[in-house]
Design a protein around this ligand. Sequence first.
Ligand SMILES: NC(=O)c1ccc[n+]([C@@H]2O[C@H](COP(=O)([O-])OP(=O)(O)OC[C@H]3O[C@@H](n4cnc5c(N)ncnc54)[C@H](OP(=O)(O)O)[C@@H]3O)[C@@H](O)[C@H]2O)c1
Length: 256
Amino acid sequence: MANSSRWVGRVAIVTGGSAGIGEATVRLLVKEGMKVVVCARKLEGLQTLAAELNQNKAESSVLPVQCDVSQEAQVLEMFNKIRSEFGRVDICINNAGINLGNAGLLDGSTESWQQIINVNVIGLCICTRESIKLMREKGIDDGHVIHISSFSGHRVPGSSLLHFYSASKYAVNACTEGLRQELRAIKSNIRVSSLSPGLVETDFNKVAMKGDFDEFMSSKQTVSPEDIAQLVWTCICQPAHVQIHDILVRPTQQVH
Ligand SMILES: NC(=O)c1ccc[n+]([C@@H]2O[C@H](COP(=O)([O-])OP(=O)(O)OC[C@H]3O[C@@H](n4cnc5c(N)ncnc54)[C@H](OP(=O)(O)O)[C@@H]3O)[C@@H](O)[C@H]2O)c1
């Protein structure tokens, strides 16, 4: 893969890295020689992952941080930790995202809508802003921000369970292009890319689908979290003058 060696020893942050796509991405980045700050709301899964990946290493590669990205104070605290432990960040992978059951447009709760926006959009923007601030403070001009968006940010799915979530991912895609324009305006070479998966084999839809989840997943073809992690790596390993804007990827048999 072109240009992968330049990331060895450098620092990535992966939000929502204790499960699914985030976890697979953390594993791949560590395998490729990066140091990784990994956050999620629950500390337990993070600690287990960090203990496994730091095992038998003279120096820890993984720094687990309990942080809800929708809580600005917690995100700022996490960046203070990154400053003191690693002193820099080179790649920010905004992966943390949620959907909730009670979020249809006709009868959803305002609270559910707010939670989805606060995590999927505001949390992502706070992490991006703080990452780029730190990159620029440290004179890092080849950094990369990745947004894990969704196919639902490109077409509105035919299920009310996904309509507000879909709106949040359309917003993520607007943030990708807006950020690209703002970075160009300040003559920065920091890149931004989106990844827009269809159905991935994770527990993501469990909360929204409740009892229907297992049957739904067993009836569908999926791509794996590792497939998505590999595409993240493809984006960040492009030569400096190549910016992948978005990758839309779905299982071959997915209908829409
Ligand atoms: N799975 C799919 O079919 C699919 C398709 C398209 C796009 N995506 C997107 O892919 C991303 C990852 O999804 P996934 O399928 O890997 O989900 P997942 O398996 O449910 O994992 C979600 C991760 O995010 C963390 N998280 C959730 N809310 C958080 C918050 N407020 N702050 C920090 N961490 C938080 C979770 O840990 P805690 O619960 O401990 O916080 C967990 O580590 C999401 O943005 C999702 O929208 C998923």
